[in-house]
Design a protein around this ligand. Sequence first.
Ligand SMILES: Cc1cc2nc3c(=O)[nH]c(=O)nc-3n(C[C@H](O)[C@H](O)[C@H](O)COP(=O)(O)OP(=O)(O)OC[C@H]3O[C@@H](n4cnc5c(N)ncnc54)[C@H](O)[C@@H]3O)c2cc1C
Length: 426
Amino acid sequence: MTQENDKDSDNIDADVAVIGAGIIGLSVAMYLQAEGRRVLLIDRKGIGQETSAGNAGALAFSDILPLASPRILRQAPRWLMDPLGPLAIRPGYALQIAPWLMRFGLASRPAAYRASIEAITALMRLAAQEFGKMLAQANASYMLRPEGSLQVYEGEEQFQASLAGWEERTKAGIEFEHVSGERLRQLQPGLADSITAGTFVPQWATVSDPSGVCQALGAHLLKNGAELCQEQIQNLAPHGNGVAIKLSQGRVIHAKQAVVATGAWSGQLAAGLGNSVPLETERGYNTTLPQSAFDLKRQVIFGTHGFVATPLSTGIRIGGAVELGGLKLPPNFQRSADMLAKASRLLPGLRTEGGKQWMGFRPSLPDSLPVIGYSAATSQVVYAFGHGHLGLTQSAATGKLVSELLAGKKPSVSLEPFRADRFRLF
Ligand SMILES: Cc1cc2nc3c(=O)[nH]c(=O)nc-3n(C[C@H](O)[C@H](O)[C@H](O)COP(=O)(O)OP(=O)(O)OC[C@H]3O[C@@H](n4cnc5c(N)ncnc54)[C@H](O)[C@@H]3O)c2cc1C
């Protein structure tokens, strides 16, 4: 980044600016830097300080079923009855979220659901190929834990209800093993007696610490010439052959190209570039307990309760749930406490003291697909946001795709389903 000598000496020149240094912006920056681009990372908080810092660490490459689905429409009314359950709408936010929920309903219809599965499957195949490579590039392969995951069920009814989803995964060539009895309890000792069956997914992996991954990518980027500018961006606009990026203190960065990767906060920046995108946040909660809290062998998924337990280098993280409450309402940490209480029923030996609570803002589009594509105002700005529950998993794939778009290459995956203007069709 260089200071301009002309009329406004406060302005700055950059090659490519990546706005947002969460896992998505960092991954995009990794691929751009590998192509020889000079990267300016811009984030108001620094590297990996928001949603990407505290997630559950899953590389859920087999998670090809969109949240927006006929199944959720059947399940949601029961979930909504419990204000601390897997899905809740904060009182006072119901009106604001109504248009998003209507779009979510439309995206859950069978034809739209099928199209989303196809799009996610293609993105996940690329994600599975790319994530390990990206981590290796940053000398952080030691953070990868290829231990698989174990989804568990309480009783035959829950197991039977999962089978349609596993059938979809069979069609996509995903390996899994339904387990019970000795094999179930060997994969994870100490489960409650109420857990009668499980599904082991060997291709699933986790990282040892999602925050650590962000810091490793950030350190690699800075060591290799990227710069970090800790500022809030107000807006972007086309400027000559490039883009003008206005900082909150009135300074302007002129970049040849820019990427908007500001997670759940991307809606306003996209609106300024002519794209009205129905981006909302699905707030999620967790508690990270000391390492000694439980001998967890791999990530265990309590699907019907909407949370997971993950062994991390920083402790045992119990979290998940979806709370529709926008970006401004204060957290309700009773949700973390409630999940912990449920977890201690399902893992009876779990020691629940000494935990650290956290809330994060999943950036979510109603059709459970991210936005990866050009802005309406200029093809020099590319969007990379809206990864919902799967931003860590899809990060490297997104980085590769964005770098291809900015280089004018044919993307490795068709990006039609991920266009920012797809919602105009509604
Ligand atoms: C409880 C929970 C569990 C999860 N578990 C998983 C999981 O196991 N696996 C998985 O794949 N995904 C998981 N996710 C989802 C995943 O965490 C997100 O999809 C991902 O972190 C989104 O990354 P991001 O870079 O888009 O957003 P963020 O990490 O939120 O980064 C956005 C960045 O933009 C910056 N920013 C915003 N506005 C501006 C502005 N105007 N100017 C400058 N900077 C700005 C912010 O400071 C922030 O650093 C989980 C999420 C939650 C909440």
